[in-house]
Design a protein around this ligand. Structure first.
Ligand code: AMP
Ligand code: MN
Ligand code: MN
Length: 323
């Protein structure tokens, strides 16, 4: 019930707002894009005008540019302090990147998130770690806004749900998740078209990058861990775009017999690490130990240093690595 009252408070703040900006986390994934565009679309239905920003400025990542409304993203620098800022799918304000000052300067900050480590920084916090995607929480906000989803809203929220459940394959794929998906399809979402646009329109360069990633899969910690790495050269030589690396971790994860996997993306002097657990291992806690965060089964962090240094520090912290 607490969640429903938080949703009601968020809707009331939005209905009374003189200006609204919606933002999400850096390196936006399908939930970040789908939930921001889905909420923007729902607010349009409710007669509320909203600005939509990405944490790094710039436009929509190419993977999600097919979504209706993807041309709505504006640079955070172009906005004054809003009446209401809505932070979606971002467990901490610093994850909002260049949009963080807008969130901090808003008269009312609304945080809507499903990360278990979400920090309740908002004046109104709609937090539910049981939700499979932040897009599901936006879906639940719609009745409070007094609107019925149209196709545009449904498509965006379906994309959020599809991607954050790993195409309905992760442990967060519950009966409720599938019911929400069915409701979104009833509301006009296009499951086949959205699947094809996200997973079956990869560039030739992205396929070559996938090939390199698969070739580099290595076992560690007595076979309990599998990992792979890619670096700037791989992008330059294959022609893959940075956002086309989003799903590579799923192919590392596909290997049987391991307890957890990671993908290290080296760039300049830093390494972006994605972790996935295949059993009860809490990779979110491990990522937090390295200054990052995430869910039990899916988490990440950024390592300041070399790939070799990362392996020396990370492998002992993972299953089978205790010294
Ligand atoms: P990724 O591996 O980038 O797909 O991220 C997996 C999950 O971990 C997502 O829920 C992210 O929001 C979260 N995450 C990744 N990196 C960080 C970080 N540096 N700090 C907090 N959460 C993160
Ligand atoms: Mn996300
Ligand atoms: Mn999410």
């Amino acid at each position: 019930m607490a969640l429903e009252s938080a949703l009601a408070a968020a809707a009331a703040a939005l209905r009374g707002a003189t200006s609204v900006i919606i933002g999400s986390h850096v390196e936006p994934d399908g939930d970040a894009v789908g939930s921001t565009l889905g909420l923007a679309s729902a607010l349009t239905l409710a007669g509320i005008d909203a600005g939509v920003v990405l944490a790094s400025g710039g436009g929509c990542p190419s993977t999600y540019a097919f979504l209706p409304g993807s041309d709505r993203y504006r640079d955070p620098d172009g906005f004054e302090a809003p009446d209401v800022f809505v932070s979606l799918d971002s467990p901490a304000l610093h994850r909002l990147g260049r949009a963080e000052p807008l969130a901090r300067s808003a008269r009312t900050l609304v945080v809507i998130d499903h990360h278990p480590d979400a920090s309740a920084d908002g004046d109104i916090n709609v937090l539910d770690p049981e939700a499979a995607a932040t897009g599901c929480l936006v879906w639940r906000l719609l009745p409070h806004l007094g609107v019925t989803a149209d196709r545009v809203t449904a498509d965006c929220l379906y994309a959020a749900l599809l991607t954050d459940t790993g195409r309905f394959s992760y442990g967060n794929t519950t009966p409720e998740t599938l019911r929400t998906a069915a409701d979104l399809v009833d509301a006009g979402a296009h499951p086949h078209e959205i699947y094809a646009a996200i997973y079956e329109t990869r560039s030739g360069g992205a396929q070559l990058l996938l090939g390199r990633t698969l070739e580099r899969i290595a076992l560690a910690n007595g076979g309990q861990i599998a990992y792979a790495w890619i670096d700037g050269n791989d992008f330059a030589e294959t022609g893959a775009r940075p956002e086309e690396a989003e799903n590579l971790i799923e192919y590392v994860r596909a290997l049987g017999g391991v307890r957890a996997v990671f993908l290290a993306k080296a760039n300049g002097g830093t390494v972006r690490v994605s972790l996935r657990a295949k059993d009860e291992t809490d990779v979110g806690a491990i990522a937090r130990g390295f200054g990052g965060g995430g869910h039990r089964a899916a988490a990440g962090f950024t390592w300041e240093g070399t790939l070799t240094g990362l392996l020396e520090a990370l492998l002992p912290a993972l299953p089978g690595g205790a010294r």
